[in-house]
Design a protein around this ligand. Structure first.
Ligand code: GRF
Length: 213
């Protein structure tokens, strides 16, 4: 069984995709042991509660310093017994100590085809505004391991989505969520839980399923 802690900050549609994939059996041997948000108003916490999953708020506002918050966040992940940490729209910087303690065990969903439109300042709709401003014909989403950088860890899965002439940042964001994010994030979790994701020399190898051999 792989215990996953899902870190969220907003609406939680990616969290919902994971919850639904566990419930319908497309992801096996996975238990969402906790949903943790820095934002007590995050609807994602409501989604967790409705699914009977422990929902915690660990907010920087409640701590005297960023260091104290970092310690509390890491502590809540440890206490939850997470084997894998999933960042599903989590907007806080991950403490370096958490990255050290969970090497290639933290994954993130980013709403572009990394290395395009990623790194500091590229989050939420800003990513799609930049993609439309550049005039790309294709965008998409990426699931990657988290390292000490921002959106720089080994890439696990990507999925491309066509950009349409009449797209707005909002319409592009929604299509990338529907056609890419909500598919590749659960798929990445399934592959990891099935032991099929290896990192070798900074690159991800996805092993063939036993049945396919
Ligand atoms: C998604 O677009 C994701 O790519 C980005 O943050 C957003 C989170 O949305 N990292 P939700 O909270 O999962 O609905």
């Amino acid at each position: 069984m792989t215990n996953i802690a899902v870190l969220v900050s907003g609406g939680g549609t990616n969290l919902q995709a994971i919850i639904d994939s566990v419930a319908d059996g497309s992801i096996r041997n996975v238990r969402i042991c906790a949903v943790i948000s820095n934002n007590k108003h995050a609807f994602a916490l409501e989604r967790a509660r409705k699914a009977g999953i422990e929902a915690l708020c660990v907010s920087p506002k409640d701590f005297a310093s960023r260091e104290d918050f970092n310690e509390a966040l890491l502590g809540s992940v440890r206490e939850a017994g997470a084997d894998l940490v999933v960042l599903a729209g989590f907007l806080c910087v991950i403490p370096p100590r958490m990255v050290e303690e969970y090497p290639n065990r933290i994954i993130n969903i980013h709403p572009s085809l990394i290395p395009s439109f990623c790194g500091t300042g590229y989050y939420g709709q800003k990513v799609h505004e930049a993609a439309l401003a550049r005039g790309v014909r294709v965008s998409g989403a990426t699931v990657h391991f988290v390292d000490q950088g921002t959106d720089t860890g080994p890439i696990i899965l990507q999925k491309a989505v066509e950009v349409r002439e009449d797209d707005t940042p909002k319409s592009l964001q929604l299509r990338i969520m529907q056609e890419a994010e909500w598919k590749i994030l659960p798929e990445a979790i399934r592959l990891i839980a099935d032991g099929r994701v290896k990192v070798d020399g900074g690159k991800v190898k996805i092993l063939q399923a036993e049945a396919e051999k």
